[in-house]
Design a protein around this ligand. Structure first.
Ligand SMILES: NC(=O)c1ccc[n+]([C@@H]2O[C@H](COP(=O)([O-])OP(=O)(O)OC[C@H]3O[C@@H](n4cnc5c(N)ncnc54)[C@H](OP(=O)(O)O)[C@@H]3O)[C@@H](O)[C@H]2O)c1
Length: 323
């Protein structure tokens, strides 16, 4: 029987249990995957702790790669034997065998490994839509990105370098600063030691940045708003340090006709054609040389250790759970 990481209650990493699960048959429009690699994402720590409610008992996880084993009636987009990956949809990726709606599956090109596909779908698609759709970054614009050495961070730094942007990136350690720099971050700032908003003003000669991509949240919100140039955009796309306070719309006026948005990959991939076109953008980026850095790997059954490392800010780049 296949195994899965399941939780019966919300809590710390210790609530994750390695359990046998039945092999299910796909219904109409569904496919069964034999999963080979699962990507780790910050959101899963929230699913586990109950900040985002998932059905209990149940599994967590949002992205993986695997091989189609069986398909249900009416499925035409994939067939048994196809290598596919996915990001988003219902939680439940931490498993060896999984039923998925076939429409959510993305064929993986031969030259991308299972581990790369699992590592990059959610984080890479996010980096693509943030820079090309949420705020279309132009050459010579200055961008502030928090947690620049993280999973989304190392991918987005490379994309922004390609676009010709100046990237100011915050990180917590010297090692992370060096890594972010290597991947295209022009000005790493160690925000655990320095007032990053003050440094942003120094770096930009008091002008501020065109866009802030902020998924750290609570601890960076105020400084992010203070770092924006007039007409700049505040993009809140996560809350690794906790939720931001409610925004008073008057703040946008006071900051200089600012914009604020809270995007999610779910909307950007809700339609299959949008998901596939974003995936093509990502595959093209990897072909051009954008690196998907898998800096940590754990066996799926040891997912609790991976969660501990992610929440302790010990990881860089992507983390993959292998089957
Ligand atoms: N909206 C969307 O569509 C979308 C999609 C994907 C991801 N996200 C969000 O993007 C963020 C990055 O995701 P990821 O999976 O790539 O994670 P990650 O960036 O690899 O890990 C989170 C990083 O946040 C920083 N951090 C700052 N304060 C923290 C705290 N109090 N506790 C823990 N970490 C803290 C740490 O970097 P330092 O040590 O350098 O501070 C840590 O390494 C997450 O908030 C995630 O939810 C959103």
């Amino acid at each position: 029987m296949p195994h899965a990481i399941r939780i019966h209650e919300y809590g710390g990493p210790e609530v994750m249990r390695w359990e046998e699960v039945p092999t299910e048959e796909p219904g109409p429009g569904e496919a069964r995957l034999a999963q080979t690699a699962i990507g780790l994402n910050y959101i899963e720590t929230r699913q586990r702790s109950g900040v985002y409610k998932v059905p209990l008992p149940g599994s967590i996880g949002m992205e993986a790669c695997g091989v189609v084993e069986a398909v249900g009636d009416g499925v035409t987009v994939v067939k048994p034997g196809d290598r596919v990956a996915y990001a988003m949809g219902a939680p439940g990726a931490y498993t060896e065998s999984r039923i998925m709606p076939a429409e959510r599956l993305i064929p993986v090109p031969d030259w991308i490994t299972d581990e790369q596909a699992a590592a990059m779908m959610l984080k890479g698609l996010t980096a693509c839509y943030l820079t090309a759709r949420t705020f279309k970054v132009q050459k010579r614009q200055t961008v502030l990105f928090h947690a620049a050495a993280g999973g989304v961070g190392l991918i987005i730094c490379q994309l922004l370098r390609e676009l010709g942007a100046t990237v100011i990136g915050t990180v917590s350690t010297d090692e992370k600063a060096a890594l972010a720099k290597e991947h295209g971050c022009t000005h790493p700032i160690i925000y655990t030691r320095e007032d990053f908003a003050k440094r942003v003003q120094e770096i930009t000669n008091g002008e501020g940045v065109s866009v802030v991509y902020d998924a750290v949240g609570k601890t960076t919100f105020e400084g992010s708003m203070a770092s924006l140039a007039p007409f700049g955009m505040f993009v809140s796309f996560g809350a690794s340090s906790g939720a931001i306070p409610p925004i008073d719309i008057g703040m946008l006026q006071n900051g200089g006709s600012l914009y604020a948005t809270r995007p999610t990959l779910a909307t950007h991939t809700a339609k299959r054609e949008d998901m596939l076109s974003l995936a093509d953008n990502l595959f093209d980026a990897v072909k051009r040389g954008i690196k998907i850095e898998i800096n940590q790997q754990f066996a799926l059954k040891d997912a609790a250790e991976a969660h501990r490392a992610l929440e302790a800010r010990e990881t860089t780049g992507c983390t993959v759970l292998t089957v």
